[in-house]
Design a protein around this ligand. Structure first.
Ligand code: HEC
Length: 128
């Protein structure tokens, strides 16, 4: 009798820990990839805040946010983050973002060569 109870106890403990180990991380209702959901590094965020979030942030234009909403980055799953990072890198390489008109009125906020390099390295790190 004693051994039966011990066996049940151990089984329950094993099931409990297995459930813990394989539970998907759940953030605001959506299932995330269990390997994590990295936030934007500060250095990357700084560039985005300066040069992108006028349009691609909370108070940006709906056209821009449809493609990329940096304020919602943490709700993107790992795959989507990698894809968006790739798109961002592409736009920066072409020099098509931020758009020309915005560059003219915000000349001091255009990403520098070093900042573009930093963003490209970050994008690469999400896509390897
Ligand atoms: C003046 C507003 C504005 C700023 C500033 C801006 N964007 Fe955009 N962006 C847009 C708009 C509008 C679109 C969607 C229409 C288009 O493709 O031209 C867009 C589209 C994009 C896309 C999707 C492109 C595609 O073809 O799918 C990416 C990626 C992007 N922007 C990245 C950035 C990054 C990175 C920055 C900062 C370095 C930035 N944008 C700054 C307005 C802006």
């Amino acid at each position: 009798m004693k051994t039966t109870f011990a066996f049940i106890g151990v089984s329950l403990a094993v099931i409990f820990f297995l459930a813990l180990a394989f539970r998907p991380v759940n953030v605001s209702g959506s299932v995330k990839y269990s390997e994590g959901n990295p936030e934007l590094p500060d250095s990357v965020m700084k560039v985005f805040q300066k040069a992108c979030m006028d349009c691609h942030g909370q108070d940006g234009s709906s056209m821009a946010k449809m493609h990329l909403n940096i304020s919602s980055w943490n709700t993107y799953d790992i795959k989507k983050q990698a894809g968006k990072a790739f798109d961002i890198s592409k736009e920066l390489s072409k020099g098509s973002m931020p758009p020309g008109k915005w560059r003219k009125s915000n000349p001091d906020n255009i990403p520098t060569q070093a900042e573009v390099g930093l963003i490209k390295n970050w994008a690469k790190s999400l896509n390897n």
